[in-house]
Design a binder for this molecule. Structure first.
Ligand code: ADP
Ligand code: MG
Length: 169
């Protein structure tokens, strides 16, 4: 008898282990989320130079806001955003880096002049070190709809359709 099985994982435990072995300071989540915002803006800008359907933005910005009363920190960008598939691929698959994939694609096209920070595919999850709940509202220029990913960092996440002005996350 010769069968192949897939390992079962407890994603919450795996996330905890991974995050705590990589990060010693909880505050690092802010750097990771700002890095992702910056990566997303780089991607948008890069694609706007080569694809006509992606309009150049007048102003690229990353905004960090806090609401002490509601205990919410919001990091927003007007970068490339994510389609429904990309949410599942990038946020729903632990240790899968959309940025690494993006760089590999560029390498194949011999256009590897873009320096992007992300490539480990775990930075996003550092948000769960400090947050009970993480929500990602996002709109891609390649998608008509906008979506919200939400998770408490346990074994599931939800995606719902939302209304959102402009592309970005
Ligand atoms: P990395 O940045 O190393 O690729 P992360 O865990 O930080 O890994 O993020 C995973 C992926 O999620 C990114 O590669 C990207 O594809 C997607 N992502 C995260 N944040 C954003 C964002 N603000 N805008 C667009 N895509 C994002
Ligand atoms: Mg990152």
């Amino acid at each position: 008898m010769n069968q192949t099985f897939e390992f079962k994982t407890e994603s919450k435990r795996l996330l905890d282990l991974m995050i705590h072995s990589i990060y010693t300071n909880k505050e690092i989540f802010l750097r990771e989320l700002i890095s992702n915002a910056s990566d997303a803006i780089d991607k948008y800008h890069f694609l706007s130079l080569s694809q006509e359907e992606i309009q150049t933005q007048e102003k690229y910005e990353i905004v960090v806001e806090t609401n002490e009363k509601k205990r919410v920190i919001t990091i927003s960008d007007n970068g490339i955003g994510m389609t429904y598939e990309e949410i599942n691929d990038s946020l729903g698959t632990i240790a899968k880096s959309g940025t690494l994939e993006f760089l590999e694609k560029l390498k194949k096209e011999n256009k590897n002049d873009l320096q992007t920070i992300g490539q480990f595919g775990v930075g996003f999850y550092s948000a769960f070190m400090v947050a009970k709940k993480v929500e990602v509202d996002t709109k891609s220029p390649y998608s008509k709809e906008a979506y919200r990913f939400s998770s408490t960092g346990e074994d599931t996440y939800q995606i719902e359709e939302i209304k959102k002005e402009g592309v970005g996350t």
